[in-house]
Write a protein that binds this ligand. Sequence first.
Ligand SMILES: CC(C)(COP(=O)(O)OP(=O)(O)OC[C@H]1O[C@@H](n2cnc3c(N)ncnc32)[C@H](O)[C@@H]1OP(=O)(O)O)[C@@H](O)C(=O)NCCC(=O)NCCS
Length: 143
Amino acid sequence: MIRWLEPHEVTAVGSVLGLARLYQGNGDYLVDWDGGEPRGHAHVAWTDPPELQDLEVRSEFRRRGVASSLIAAAEAACRRRGSSQLRVTVSTRNDHARALYEGRGFVDAGVPPRRVVGTIDIRTGPIEVDDLLVTLEKRLGEP
Ligand SMILES: CC(C)(COP(=O)(O)OP(=O)(O)OC[C@H]1O[C@@H](n2cnc3c(N)ncnc32)[C@H](O)[C@@H]1OP(=O)(O)O)[C@@H](O)C(=O)NCCC(=O)NCCS
């Protein structure tokens, strides 16, 4: 079952998943639950167009369609808010994620790849990054 993260669930979800964008301030987390067990999450930033971020599925629950369901839920939420497209950036090193997004109809957005180098602050502390990100997008149909 997928639903928006509630404040009282942050401790339980954050103990098994990253919630890296929790304090970013411009979006919400969708969480996939199996009973009381959080299996994966995705952050939707309410930018224009909205962006899917921090898609993560716990290793023991992978290849069961959890990420696909989270992406579908994000698409539906964006449609309900009147958005006609959804974007995602993915590292050129992450073939698995790229296969996942392309399998769900995301295509190259035509935006030049962006190099991200330096220290970024996430919920669990600062991390060093050196990455090349490509932007993919999906046109969303009617609700
Ligand atoms: C990438 C990730 C989110 C996929 O989650 P998932 O729940 O296993 O994905 P799904 O089961 O919905 O996979 C759907 C399809 O995506 C592709 N895919 C997903 N994981 C894959 C892998 N490890 N290798 C190859 N293809 C993969 C396949 O086409 C898969 O369909 P199939 O299982 O029928 O072959 C998960 O591996 C993860 O959390 N990785 C670490 C974090 C990360 O890279 N996030 C993406 C950031 S952009």
